[in-house]
Design a protein around this ligand. Structure first.
Ligand code: DQA
Length: 146
């Protein structure tokens, strides 16, 4: 039976169609969800993909994942750089956490060079557009099969 993975996406990622495609790629959010869902199946997962612009919503989803012992792939978007509340919620997870980014924050403005999430993640995959999620799913499969 396929394992569920929660794939959480933070603010403004629901509007990929109008964000800079040079940074974030050519898929709109619905297409990104389809891409993640099919990559998940290839790796033996069912992806429950969610997006919110609301920090408290993302924290509630992390609590849900912690209680259900679900692995999480998260693109915290701008919250990456300053949300200690999301970090604290993610720290309570019982299964692996992987951080992903479409762009490479380290190649961008200085304020994006800090991630308050990376320190509690199994790993971070950034800069590969939608493929960052596919790589994260593959990595997660590797971790869980070890
Ligand atoms: C992002 C990078 C963040 O710095 C930015 O705030 C985002 C998206 C990415 O996927 O590249 O909204 O997380």
């Amino acid at each position: 039976m396929s394992q569920t993975v929660l794939v959480l996406n933070g603010p403004n990622l629901g509007r990929l169609d109008i964000r800079d495609s040079a940074l974030y790629g050519n898929l709109n959010f619905v297409q990104l969800v389809e891409f993640i869902s099919s990559s998940a199946i290839e790796n033996g997962f069912v992806a429950d993909v969610r997006q919110s612009d609301d920090e408290s919503q993302i924290i509630s989803w992390l609590h849900e994942a912690a209680d259900a012992k679900l692995p999480v792939i998260i693109n915290p978007a701008a919250f990456t750089h300053y949300s200690y509340a999301i970090r604290d919620a993610a720290e309570m997870l019982k299964a692996p956490l992987i951080e992903v980014h479409l762009s490479n924050p380290l190649a961008r403005e200085e304020f994006r060079h800090t991630s308050v999430i990376s320190g509690i993640a199994s790993g971070t995959i950034a800069g590969f557009g939608p493929s960052s999620y596919a790589l994260a799913l593959k990595a997660l499969r590797g971790i869980l099969d070890k």
